[in-house]
Design a protein around this ligand. Sequence first.
Ligand SMILES: C[S@@+](CC[C@H](N)C(=O)[O-])C[C@H]1O[C@@H](n2cnc3c(N)ncnc32)[C@H](O)[C@@H]1O
Ligand SMILES: [Zn+2]
Ligand SMILES: [Zn+2]
Length: 636
Amino acid sequence: MKVRREVRNREVYLPPVSTYRWWARRTEAVSGSIIDAVSVDRPGRMVVSDPFAGGGVIPLAAVMRGHSVYAQDLNPWAAQGLASMLALPDPEALREGIAALTQRVLTSAQAAYGTVLTNGTPALVSHTFRVAVAPCTACGLGRRIFPHALVSLTSRVERNLPEAFLACPNGHLFKGRRDMVAACSTCGELTDPARAYTPRRVITCPCGHQDRLQDRARATGLTWEVVLVERAGGGRRELSLPTSGELAAAEAMHLDPRMQLGAIPEGQETAVLRRHGFRSWEDLYPRRQRAMVEKLLELASSCSPDADVVAALKLAIIGSTEMAGHLSRWDRYYLKSYESMAGHRFNFTTLPVEPNAWGTTTSGRGTTLRRVVQLIKSAEWLKERTGGGLQIAGPLAASAPMVPALLGQDVDGQSLERPDVLVVVGSSQRQLLPTGSVDLVLTDPPYHDDVQYGELSQPLQAWAGLTSAESGGDAVVNRATGQLVAAGSYTALLASIFRESARLLRDAGHLIFSYANRDPQAWAQLLEALQSAGLRAVGCTIVHSENETDHAKRNVRACTLDLLLDLVPLSGIAVAKHRPTVGDTAEEKFLGIIAEYVLAVGELDTNWQKEFLEATSSAEFLQPRRARRSNGLDTS
Ligand SMILES: C[S@@+](CC[C@H](N)C(=O)[O-])C[C@H]1O[C@@H](n2cnc3c(N)ncnc32)[C@H](O)[C@@H]1O
Ligand SMILES: [Zn+2]
Ligand SMILES: [Zn+2]
């Protein structure tokens, strides 16, 4: 139950995770109880290592309990974010830095977003809506391409008011009602608020020709026209057609953003961007947003003498760029915008909203302002639990020399600065600790091809000026780039990481991780990797998935349960195996079959894969996709 609660309300349970975006983060509940269980046998300070540290939940769970941590991830944004999260400065110093930034940003924010509400109250523009325009590839008629006739309610749906902005079939915007067909105030055309104009990203021209949006994008490119703004001021917010002043501010022709963020490479998730004409990462951002982010970063540099404060402020500013003004979708019922990489995908819409990069107090998710407030909460939370002043070293490159002594322990009387946490960036095929120096490896490897961390984090990485992850070594299968698609390559990479992770283990140390996948092949490769890394399974448990909501969003691999695998090096002493209790749902039965093979890791014979694939292929859990679709549950 605790897991479920935490999954739903992560930022309250574990505030520091809001410091930097990562995908498919785990909860602290399961990791925490594993650490607690292991420390019963190993009282005192342990060294816990996580070679796939990602969003940093496992390192966080360990430092909260007073243990030392070795954390490594291939991805520079993850490694940097993790180090900054654990190094969050003292809340008081942070507050001062934030106060300084708030003062300094006033003039620029006013110039970029200043406006007044209809009733004259001073306000800031909180959201700016743009619509795509591109001509029909047959007749050349260019229209605004609204996705739906109902563009937005004018107040949140729970207020039950009918007023809404509607778009007529000819692309004019007017005020109407959500529940009534109305004539357009510009052209008189009847507009049904229930209508969708771009089902399956296909648009029908009045000439009768149908274009895919991507074909129009390829033919002429999409241009963006500002059509609507949301203003926030005096505790109120209002949606309105833009004034000429607001239009000029949105175009921001006088601003001159300079940062180049690099080309968008081909990939599984980037394909949707490239198809619709985005070529470099800065294309995802309107000029004003780019200029404001650059301005904020420049201002932040001089807001505190404390480098950790400046780093935290910059992380908040860069975090705001996940609301990219050319990608973020507007929730027309709840009146809020969505991250451009929500649901583990890059979003594409013909009606994106640009956030106010600094933020207003009344409206706007994920803005810098929201994030700095969250930073203070995180810093307070961390200080309460760790006493503050954790010593964080890194990120060190994985190619750096080995660290000669253990974290938090003297070795051979060496006087080494002893960090509580060492963060390393680079593939965990090479780790920087000496053999036999870790009490527990607790980790969470990528689930085969489920989440393309590397692709999704690229815009954030680019803003942070972090060089892209080293090529090679990414343990995520990617069919678009061919990464790890070759037979045996995923297995070989995982095996070398597990072998290296096991090298770090002390006598009787365990390597524990959870895994979920619907694809028996992914499991087969994982088990093969574990066995060839010289590991032996000693236990297996079915646990409630910590990624339930993420999986549901992504809607592909609907796993609600994970298997928790417990392994030791083959060379260790034999211990009794712990078998899982298997319930009678289809998913549990499927995992029950897998668990039998998991428990045989260390003694799997040469023919095991064939037998395993036969045993799993008939599992009921793998059959239900069609049934689900007809239930209306699968709405992708
Ligand atoms: C499932 S995620 C870890 C999530 C983390 N436990 C959390 O709660 O946020 C897997 C991680 O493995 C990383 N990764 C992929 N290949 C790697 C490699 N060769 N070495 C180290 N990390 C790698 C990815 O960048 C990703 O962050
Ligand atoms: Zn046409
Ligand atoms: Zn019209």
